[in-house]
Each structure stands twice: as C-alpha cells, then as structure tokens.
Design a protein around this ligand. Structure first.
Ligand code: SAM
Length: 347
C-alpha cells in the first residue's frame, strides 16, 4: 500500500495534452531545425523504459521540445531532470511542466553541443569507472543532424572520461535515423559495419532497442527512427588514445570494398609505405586480405597496439596524413610545371 502511494506521488497532475501545448504556445515544428515531435505517450514511455529504472534518478534530457518525453521521464520517477533546449519557443511550455513537478525540473536554454554537462549535476553522484553506472541518465530525441555529431563527441568524452562521463559510466538512450542506429550496432561481417560500429562498440555495450516508424512523429520525417542504448564498458576493448583509434579506423574504412591492407597503407608516407603496412599487419597478426567489415574489435585492438608501437618507433608518424602529402605533391607539380614530383622527406 505504502509502495503504491509512493509511486503515485511521482506522477504528474492532469495537464493539457502535448497537442494542446503545441496549439497553446503556437509551437509549429521548424522544418529547418528538423523538429519532429512525439505526441504518443505510449511511445515516449517505451523509450524511457529502455533507460532502465529512473526512480529517484538524475536525468539530462536533450531537446525536450514540447515535452512529451519529458513527461514520461517525470512519470518514471526521476527526482532531478535537467532539460537542455535550444529553441526559446519551448521554454514557457517547459516552465508549465516544471510547475507541475515542483523542484524536479531544471531548464537550460542552450545548445547541447556546447553545454558543459560536467557542471550540470552535483559531484556526489559520481561513481568510479569500475563501479556500476551512476544514477544519471542522458535521454533524448534529437534532430538527426545533431544526434550523430553529438554521439561522436560523446564517444570521445567517454574515452577521456569528460563531459557526462565525469560522473562515471553514464548511460545514454538516444534516437537516430534507423540506418545510423543499425551502423552503431552492426556486427562483424554485416553490410552496415562501419567506422561508427567500431568506435561505439570498443567503448560501450550498444543496443538497438526498437524502431519507431516515421509516421509516429508530427510532422512525419522521411525516415524511420532507431532508439539506441549505450552503457560505457568498465574496460574499453582498445587501450589506446581515442584519436589514434579514430585515425586507424577512418583509414581502414576509407576503401570499404577493398582488402583492409589498402586503407592501412594510407597510414604511412609514400616512402616505405608497403614495408610499413606489412610490418603493421605482421605485428598485429591480421590477415591483409580481410575486408574492413570482416575485422573484429580484437583485430582493431591488435592493429591499434601495433600502430601505436610503430608511432613510438618512428617520429612524426602519428601526425602523418596522406591527404597533406597528396596536396604537397600537387603543389610541387604546379611549381615544377608538371615535371618531377618532389620526394617526401619520409619519417
Ligand atoms: N523531444 C521532443 C519530442 O520527442 O517530441 C522534441 C524532438 S525534436 C526532433 C528535437 C528537439 O531538439 C527540438 O525541440 C529542438 O529545438 C531541440 N534541439 C535541436 N538542436 C538542439 C541542440 N543543439 N541543443 C539542444 N536542443 C536542440
């Protein structure tokens, strides 16, 4: 009995529906800002359930808009909900919600790409990295143009334990265009296996929870939407700096239909390129004929470790970018009137 009284105290009092809020505050979706709203509370409740128990939790909701998902988060029992919204038009509606849940909602008018989430929550909620995740969740239904750069930024923050991850292994529940959700979770050998699969999976357990058809949104986007849940791993599967891993993975996948050695070659200056590639593959014990999508995370770990060793042995290698070398060659050709191409200095 006491339990049910407690549960009901989390629930919001009767409020205008999200549809009514949109009309009341004249919140027409801005196509330029890719605003697509979720008005069906069964769907917003389902997204929120993917995060796990929110009872008494701290939550950051990114892009609350008219507040559908926000209501579900509050109804799930979040004690401290920080919402970060870029578009001022939504602030009055969010204030109404905050009055209905006294002391539980904090509103930030700002851009999540620059917002300092490390300063948004009290330090006492932090857990060490090897402990379980903290009682802090990040949840959001953002425009696709924001969610992809944001997850790339947050994967780097995860590796460096900054931003939302100064509090420990903070869990994320975010929406993406369906194809991006599939790439984030693609397994070895699958058609969707890409840079994003490796970068996400070496750092986290990633789960593609479910797909929301485009028609569930108002207005309807041209694509379907995937809900993805991320839990940072206590020990990342690759123990090298994020930038090094990112460079390796970017190079490997630039020729995705070719053998993996083709992309790996581009990590090295033209002088000695083939020998260095052979040396790297040999040290990592990776079959050069495998296609990029066939490489497992342990393959990437071995490649990253071997590449890091080679960088330690060859000054300047980590900074080498084949595109710069190409530019230099082109400049040389122009300077010499199409004659001999100047030799690269090597490492
Ligand atoms: N969460 C609401 C829902 O599910 O109905 C709104 C979703 S709408 C796709 C995305 C929301 O994110 C909009 O309210 C938009 O103004 C907001 N937004 C877009 N870019 C943002 C950014 N960089 N920082 C914070 N909010 C942003």
């Amino acid at each position: 009995m006491a339990m049910s009284t407690k549960l009901s105290s989390f629930r919001l009092p009767p409020l205008p529906t999200i549809g009514e809020i949109i009309k009341l505050y004249n919140l027409r979706a801005e196509k330029q800002l890719s605003q697509n709203f979720l008005l069906d509370m069964r769907l917003t409740d389902k997204i929120v359930r993917q995060a796990g128990s929110l009872r008494n939790a701290h939550v950051c909701e990114v892009g609350p808009g008219p507040g559908g998902l926000t209501r579900s988060i509050l109804n799930a029992g979040a004690a401290d909900l920080l919402v970060v919204e870029k578009d001022t038009r939504f602030i009055p509606g969010l204030k109404l919600l905050s009055e209905a849940a006294p002391g539980r909602v904090r509103i930030v008018h700002g851009d999540i790409l620059t917002y300092r989430m490390d300063q948004g929550f009290p330090s006492h909620i932090a857990k060490t990295w090897v402990d379980g995740p903290p009682d802090l969740h990040v949840i959001g239904n953002l425009p696709f143009s924001v969610s992809t750069p944001l997850i790339i930024k947050w994967l780097e923050s995860m590796a460096n334990r900054s931003g939302p991850f100064v509090f420990g292994r903070t869990r994320l529940t975010l929406t993406f265009q369906k194809e991006v959700a599939e790439r984030l979770t693609a397994s070895t050998g699958s058609r969707q296996r890409s840079r994003l699969s490796i970068m996400a999976q070496y750092l986290c357990t990633v789960k593609n929870c479910f797909t929301i058809p485009g028609r569930a949104f108002v207005p309807k986007p041209d694509v379907d939407v995937g809900v993805v849940h991320f839990t940072p791993l206590a020990r990342p599967q690759i123990q090298q700096p994020f930038k090094l891993v990112e460079k390796l993975v970017r190079n490997v996948f630039q020729f995705r239909r070719k053998r993996c050695c083709r992309g790996i070659e581009m990590l090295f200056p033209a002088t000695g390129r083939l020998e260095m590639t052979e040396e790297l593959l040999c040290r990592a014990d990776v079959d050069p004929t495998l296609r990029p999508a066939e490489l497992t995370i342990p393959h990437f770990r071995a490649l990253a470790d071997a590449y890091s060793q080679l960088c330690a042995e060859n000054q300047g290698l980590i900074a080498y970018d084949f595109r710069e070398e190409l530019k230099e060659k082109r400049r040389g050709r122009r300077h010499h009137g199409g004659g001999e191409v100047p030799q690269h200095r090597g490492l």
